[in-house]
Design a protein around this ligand. Structure first.
Ligand code: FES
Length: 144
């Protein structure tokens, strides 16, 4: 399994300078500098709390997983609905990158839509989805 450090090295780094949870990066475009905002992880409950304001004018974000785990892709469908996907390819576990048209695994070329569904193999299963609750202006991502 690829750890996050390897993933960042292989991903070209400049657009994915995520050094650990506590940092949030918008990756709408790899050519634009990343915006960084605080988020928090509660190990006791295994939840990430993220202010909805972190999205700014964007509706997509990538945040680091806790303890060096895979990054997490977030898409805000509305102020009441956010989808959270683990950026771990369901083919062989490589890190998945956000691109303009969807989510892409560079190892063997699998593609996923922004809902995590496979649009191009060899992966056959969708990306893992985490439940998200909205509370007091925060997205609460349940990592269980
Ligand atoms: S590990 Fe992602 S396509 Fe093979």
């Amino acid at each position: 399994m690829q750890n996050r450090r390897d993933f960042i090295k292989q991903s070209g780094t400049a657009c994915a300078a995520i050094a650990g949870l506590g940092f949030l990066t918008t990756l709408e475009s790899c050519s634009a500098p990343a915006a960084v905002t605080a988020s928090s992880y509660d190990a006791a409950t295994n939840k990430i709390s993220l202010p909805l304001s972190s999205f700014g004018a964007q509706n997509k974000l990538v945040i680091g997983g806790p303890n060096g785990d895979y990054n997490i892709f977030l898409i805000k469908n509305s102020d009441a609905e956010i989808t959270a996907l683990q950026l771990k390819c369901t083919h062989r576990g490589h890190g998945v990158n956000m691109q303009e048209a969807g989510l892409h695994c560079p190892l063997h070329g699998s593609d996923f839509d922004f809902s995590g569904n496979v649009t191009n193999g060899p992966a056959k299963l969708p990306l893992k989805k985490f439940p998200v609750k909205i509370e007091n202006g925060n997205a609460i991502i349940l990592l269980a």
